[in-house]
Design a protein around this ligand. Structure first.
Ligand code: GDP
Length: 611
């Protein structure tokens, strides 16, 4: 192998050419919230709104000054404009995240002990996430254990220099985001895999943004360095452009060259991983009841529901009663990542659990409770909330008042179930949608929340004849099936303005179009002619305006309308004409009408949408 690997933390042998690399010191840093208006972004960047709007346009986004854009969009623009982007999370959220990570009512510092770091591997497809996970497992799992691993449980642990490290075995940022969407902050470190021969790709950028938004430390594994086409410097520069300036170039991101294929650099990667996570001072309290997050869950034909949970704090013991999302159970048996039966699992341990009543969802929180009664109480609270939502939706449907108003066209409701990937985007999205309400249509967000679209969301939408909007979230398979069966409309958006635009359009479609009649002219019937056995035409004189062939017509007799129809023919002598002006005679045929009488007044008009 031609390439020599060096530890990422070592001093660079030859600094790269300065011009090619964005200098971190010279770059402005900007902290961006999950959503903000174009104007606010401009203020943050100390630019004019026009400059920001122009940059948005260069990226194919037509946004106005007050348009609310999300973190990804704002991040893209800011990065394009030379800023180093960081995610701004309200301090209360940081607190919440910390609390989630280490729930600690009864904790004091004495009971806290160091726990293993939990690591997720992310990156563009085919850059080697799976291969790297395999390489890590192969080199760091003992022979006997490796033999046991026939099926992944969604996470595994390896020993690195006598220290345990937990890897989540569900590569891809979707899993990461799905869990984060439920408020679970499960990872302590994200390893971004970038293939050295391919460089930074769209999913690499997405992963970077997701990780930044979650405020999780990031480390780069520069993979496929065994390839002759590998170009490490190019990748490092591209990373810099994304705001990830690696240590070697004066930044703070550790970047380790590896080859998942040859195994080269993998140990180095793990060593560095320990250094980075040690700085986080990760602790847990093994003495308290367990709290964890479901990583994977499935139904086994013979063993029933099986869930892999990552214990985040406390210790889960065989026999414990647990509430997991909307289900509960007693832990009948537990297995570790090597499929060995275990009696307990502590902080940062992944464990497969048998004994739940039904299959939970990935991202569901697991909580050990004292007994069955407490479990049921918790579930009951949860269900009451769900039922209430459903009842609200049904009641709204049955309200006499509302119904009659809809019938009379006074009001119409567009009921929306809104699901988003992060809590922070809910309010701005809700506001943007509700602001679309008009006198005729009321946009009602009947339910909102973060997390993937579930069956209960579909039920709600169904019950309220509403639609579901998923912002950066997808339906769970069960929800998809149900929505298809019940014909519930699920719409997906990932950019706010596109969502707003689409809903605005939908609203126009929903409105009963309001028409107004535009008068063209009048003509007086002077004589009636037969043109066929049953068809007759009127010989008229246009008295004002004009007679028009492609128009609607009313026949008035003695002040009363005798027929409303459309013009079928308009002739001057034998020739078809499109219009006839005042003072001119013509022959007029009207659709489905033959009973003209002299002195009838024919009114020509057209109908236009007035909205
Ligand atoms: P994922 O989609 O990110 O999980 O990527 P995979 O792990 O499936 O890898 C995609 C392809 O790249 C596979 O054909 C791997 O064999 C190959 N690959 C992964 N890592 C390396 C590496 O370090 N060197 C080389 N030459 N090929 C690799």
């Amino acid at each position: 192998m031609a390439k020599t690997f060096r530890p990422a933390r070592a001093k660079p042998e030859s600094p790269p050419p300065a011009a090619a690399v964005p200098k971190p010191a010279a770059r402005n840093r900007v902290k961006l919230p999950p959503t903000l208006s174009v104007k606010e972004l401009a203020e943050l960047l100390e630019l004019t709104s026009i400059e920001v709007i122009k940059q948005l346009m260069r990226n194919g986004i037509m946004a106005g000054i007050n348009q609310v854009i999300d973190f990804n969009t704002a991040g893209l623009i800011a990065t394009d404009l030379g800023f180093k982007v960081e995610a701004l999370v309200a301090s209360s959220k940081v607190e919440q995240a910390k609390k989630k990570k280490q729930p600690s009512p009864e904790e004091d510092s004495e009971t806290l002990v160091p726990r293993p770091p939990v690591v997720t591997i992310m990156g563009h497809v085919d850059h080697g996430k799976t291969s790297l996970l395999d390489a890590i497992r192969k080199t760091h799992v003992t022979e006997t254990e490796a033999g046991n691993i026939t099926q992944h449980i969604g996470a595994y642990q390896v020993m690195v220099n006598d220290k345990k490290v937990t890897f989540l075995d569900t590569p891809g940022h979707e899993a990461f985001t799905a869990m984060r969407a439920r408020g679970a902050r499960v990872t302590d470190l994200a390893i971004l895999v970038v293939a050295a021969d391919d460089g930074v790709m769209p999913q690499t950028i997405e992963a970077i943004n997701h990780v930044k938004a979650a405020e999780v430390p990031i480390m780069v594994a520069l993979n496929k360095t065994d390839m002759p086409t590998a170009n490490a410097d190019r990748v490092k520069q591209q990373l810099g452009e994304q705001g990830l300036v690696i240590e070697e170039w004066g930044g703070d991101v550790v970047c380790v060259p590896v080859s998942a294929k040859t195994g080269e650099g993998v140990s180095d990667l793990l060593d560095n991983l320990l250094v980075v996570t040690e700085m986080e001072d990760l602790k847990g309290n093994p003495l308290r009841p367990a709290v964890g997050t479901v990583i994977e869950a499935r139904l086994d034909k013979t063993r029933g529901p099986i869930a892999t949970a990552l214990i985040q704090n406390g210790t889960l013991k065989a026999g414990d009663t647990v509430v997991v999302g909307e289900t509960w159970g007693r832990v009948k048996a537990m297995f570790n990542d090597a499929r060995e039966r275990v009696q307990s699992a502590g902080p940062a341990d992944p464990v497969e659990i048998l004994g739940l009543a039904t299959v939970p969802r990935a991202g569901d929180t697991l909580t050990a409770v004292a007994n069955e009664r407490q479990a049921k109480e918790r579930l009951e609270e949860h269900r009451t909330v769900q039922d209430q939502l459903l009842a609200d939706a049904r009641r709204a449907m049955n309200l006499e008042e509302l119904y009659s108003q809809i019938k009379e066209g006074i009001t119409k409701d567009l009921n929306i179930v809104l699901k988003t990937d992060v809590q922070g985007t809910i309010d701005p999205l809700k506001n943007s949608l509700e602001n679309l309400s008009t006198e005729q249509v009321n946009v009602r967000i009947i339910h909102y929340g973060s997390g993937s679209i579930t069956e209960s969301d579909v039920m709600l939408a169904l019950a309220s004849k509403g639609v579901i909007i998923g912002f950066n979230v997808r339906p769970e398979p069960g929800a998809r099936t149900m929505a298809d069966r019940e014909r519930v409309d699920i719409r997906h958006y990932d950019v706010i303005y596109r969502m707003v635009e689409a809903v605005a359009k939908a609203l126009k479609g929903m409105l009963e179009p309001v028409y107004r009649d535009v008068l063209e002219g009048h003509a007086r019937v002077k004589a009636v002619f037969s043109t066929g056995k049953k068809t007759r035409v009127a010989g008229v004189m246009v008295t004002d305006g004009r007679a028009v062939r492609n128009a609607l017509a009313r026949v008035n007799r003695g002040g009363e309308v005798v027929v409303e129809s459309s013009v079928t023919s308009l002739k001057r002598f034998k020739d078809d004409v499109s219009e006839v002006s005042t003072g001119v005679e013509a022959g007029v045929g009207i659709e489905g009408y033959n009973d003209f009488e002299p002195d009838d007044i024919i009114e020509f008009y057209r109908r236009e949408r007035s909205d």
